[in-house]
Design a protein around this ligand. Sequence first.
Ligand code: G
Ligand code: G
Ligand code: MN
Length: 290
Amino acid sequence: FEEIDNNEEELEKKFKDIKALIFSNHHKSKKQEEFLELLRRKEEAIRHLYKFLEERKITFYLQPIVSLKDGTISHYEVLMRFLENGKVVSAGTYIDLIYELGLIAEFDTLLLELLGERIRELSLLGKPIFINISDEDLRLFSYRRKLKKLLSEFADRGIPISLEITEQTLFKEWEFIDALAHDYNLKFVIDDFGSGYSSLKMVADIVAKGLGNYLKLDCSLVKNYLTNPYIKAMVDGIVSFTRNTHLKTVAECVENEEIKEALRKAGIDYGQGWYFYKPMPLEEALKLSA
Ligand code: G
Ligand code: G
Ligand code: MN
């Protein structure tokens, strides 16, 4: 025990030294300044996030997904946005921090509420809607409840919904997922395929269970398709795999005509990206479908 005590004392002393180093007001090195600045910025970002939640300062944009065969809009993806000092800020600005703080379920639940409030207009789009979901969402009871409510409302209006998933761990929630899929004719989009957690095994599992209907190729695959022969070979292989399943393919980050044509020839079904449309407010999306 004595040894442990000593260690603790030593640790305590070291910790004090480090604190003194970081927080001393004299002779701060450039590195210390940078570190403190980073902490300050993070603290500010966290404050913003809680404000967004408390004051419901979030909204959503829609990005059209287009058929590569004929260029018509086939679906819309819902993308979270934040309202910061009257400006609309991208999900990407805060999404990593939201996950880090364990707040994603709170944000996604709020987003479901907002979607519910605009369900009439969303159904006027007349197209299936893709909604991003994280495995943590399903652990929050209020998320599950709101999701069921929203799904049945969309079902009443004849609008199919698919959930975009990136994380394997979602599939710890098999029972709930199976029930949802059955009760609401819900399907799943494998998002960001080729990056992060979306593994080949996950794809095989989803296909085997008959739950997946779309596979979204990650930006990194699309952007390197024309220049990297190995990536091209992999993408072509994926397309050939999906032909033996019910999966349709969607390419993210289609940014120009050349890549669009190459992907179409490769047999990819749908495209999403700045070449077609940027994410836009619901009002604008409604004008497109008018
Ligand atoms: O729209 P933007 O490029 O800023 O999105 C950045 C990332 O945030 C994307 O990878 C997307 O998957 C994620 N994202 C966008 N909207 C949502 C959402 O409503 N819920 C969750 N969980 N993730 C989202
Ligand atoms: O959920 P997911 O990771 O698929 O989100 C896709 C994100 O990628 C969207 O939030 C959107 O803002 C962004 N995005 C959409 N189209 C393009 C594009 O053509 N190029 C790039 N770099 N990003 C895009
Ligand atoms: Mn997505």
